[in-house]
Design a protein around this ligand. Structure first.
Ligand code: NAD
Length: 499
């Protein structure tokens, strides 16, 4: 008799654990919150969104939807992602795909913060899956498939798995994840000549092609377990999978129904990834609170001390510190322009917006100082790495690791400074005209800070022909190209009104 692999049963068993984890986080004052970014209002996206929100609320977590129009400009879309990357209120970001043609998924995959990416979209996480790294969030649908197989005790080790569909969202990551579980995987796609032959020796068949009932139900061996990922609509308008279910369901050992199969577990997988991201964010905060940290360069220094050291002859992590301080000053000027505007009656209408700008600049200043600290921390291992004797075979590896670590803080600074420029634009539009010169001054400092931080990043990535370096350089190039122009525009426009 064919066993029905119902998703609801798997989701129910996951729910208890997920609810307990959310409760634990809430005791620490953290409510795991997902930012859902949706372009347009496609029926599939809306259905998934409703399911995700229901699932998250059901375990005590939360979600906020950022719905953008179908014709949203790429730069506006990327700006939203950058903002969400930096806002602590969101622990995870889910971007609905496919995106419309004017938005490059490739660009999004480069800028989406890996630590907030809950669906394996960022390049870093996608690469991590292919490298078999353990600590990487497994994309939701592949995770849902694995949860079903595990829940129903379907052994993977040594088994033949035929996977039909090679998309980046489902097929390709699943192939690597199944191989990592010691399955023998055969990947089929539109050019596969004979699907029946490809399924002939399969113990498990997984379909993810997106064509209603396109996989004939009689091509599977009787002992096969069939997992149908597809969610399609048939000619009569009913939901159905990729497999011709009516034919398959009495012929195989086990099968997932559609609806009621993989789709019911994907949102639990999403919830699990969100909780994990929130937990990691909390852990990072504890370790970066300063407690137990070595007595580092910056901690005991005022700005005057720092400038003195910088002008001296000793080696100090100067460039990073200078970039951070310039960025802090830019954010402070933005905040000042906001606070002084708030006192004026004429600007009462924009009070809430300006209050938000002020609150955000305070966070940015804190983040920049933390990045400055991290920059100092990265400086010493780098100096030690350079001191490793040239003949030591491990020297190159030690140097590359130290350079990679040391590149992170300047990039973080660049992101925060770019956001400061966005806030300065907002102040240029909404703030008191009496404070224009402060906004322009902030923009000039932000431009200098951004350029200076990019130098630190470029010097640490230079000479490395590796993905980590290429990715960072690309991201830095993009930030520079966009935000230097924007900062310059603020200064120029304001200068024209002042002269
Ligand atoms: P996609 O269109 O990006 O990729 C489809 C893949 O299937 C391609 O690699 C293509 O080569 C292959 N393919 C298409 N027709 C084929 C055929 N006749 N024979 C062999 N290979 C064929 O789709 P996707 O985003 O991977 O989604 C696939 C299906 O899974 C869709 O129905 C989608 O709605 C569903 N889906 C479900 C969930 C869930 O939670 N259950 C999540 C994501 C996607």
């Amino acid at each position: 008799m064919t066993k029905l692999l119902k998703g609801a049963e798997v989701a129910a068993s996951m729910k208890e654990k997920l609810t307990a984890k959310v409760a634990e986080l809430k005791e620490k004052g953290i409510c795991p919150t997902l930012a859902i970014v949706r372009v347009g209002a496609g029926e599939d996206d809306l259905a998934y969104e409703r399911g995700a929100i229901k699932r998250l609320e059901g375990i005590g977590a939360a979600a906020e939807v950022f719905a953008l129009p179908e014709d949203v400009k790429e730069e506006d879309f990327l700006r939203l992602i950058r903002r969400l990357n930096t806002e602590d209120a969101y622990h995870g970001i889910l971007v609905f795909r496919p995106l419309p043609a004017q938005i490059s998924e490739e660009k999004v995959s480069r800028i989406l913060a890996p630590e907030k990416d809950v669906d394996g979209m960022s390049r870093e996480n996608a690469t991590g899956i292919f490298l078999g790294e353990k600590d990487v969030p497994v994309p939701c649908t592949p995770k849902g498939v694995l949860e079903i197989l595990d829940h129903y005790g379907v052994e993977l080790d040594g088994k033949n798995v035929t996977l039909i569909g090679r998309s980046l969202v489902v097929g390709k990551p699943l192939m690597m994840l199944l191989a990592a579980r010691n399955a023998t995987v055969r990947l089929c796609h539109t050019h596969t000549r004979d699907l029946k032959e490809a399924c002939a020796d399969a113990d498990i068949v997984i379909t993810a092609i997106g064509c209603a009932k396109a996989v004939p139900g009689d091509i599977f061996p009787e002992h096969a377990v069939v997992i149908d990922v597809g969610i399609n609509t048939d000619a009569a308008g009913n939901l159905c999978g990729d497999v011709d279910y009516e034919v398959a369901c009495d012929r195989v050992a086990a099968i997932t129904p559609v609806p009621g199969g993989v789709g019911s577990v994907t949102t639990s997988a999403l919830a699990s990834n969100l909780i994990e991201a929130a937990q990691k964010m909390a852990d990072r905060k504890t370790t970066s609170s300063g407690e137990g940290m070595p007595d580092l360069f910056y901690e005991a220094h005022s700005l005057a001390d720092f400038a003195g050291e910088l002008a001296g002859a000793g080696p100090v992590p100067g460039g990073g510190g200078a970039s951070a301080y310039a960025g802090v000053l830019a954010a402070a000027l933005c905040s000042m322009a906001g606070s002084l505007t708030l006192g004026k009656k004429k600007y009462e209408m924009v009070r809430t917006d300006i209050e938000k700008v002020i609150a955000r600049t305070a966070e940015i200043r804190g983040d920049l100082l933390k990045a400055m600290q991290a920059d100092a921390e990265g400086f010493y291992p780098l100096r030690e790495a350079y001191a490793v004797p040239k003949e030591d075979p491990k020297r190159e590896e030690i140097l590359e690791n130290a350079s990679r670590e040391a590149s992170k803080a300047p990039f973080l600074m660049m992101e925060r400074i770019a956001e400061t420029i966005t806030l300065l634009e907002e102040m240029q539009q909404k703030g008191s005209v009496m404070l224009r010169s402060d906004v322009a001054c902030g923009a000039s400092l932000a431009a200098a800070a951004l350029t200076s931080a990019s130098m630190n990043l470029y010097i640490n990535t230079k000479g490395y022909d590796a993905d980590w370096a290429r990715d960072l350089v690309q991201k830095a190039d993009d930030l520079l190209a966009e935000y230097l122009l924007r900062a310059e525009k603020i200064s120029r426009e304001i200068m024209e009104t002042l002269r």
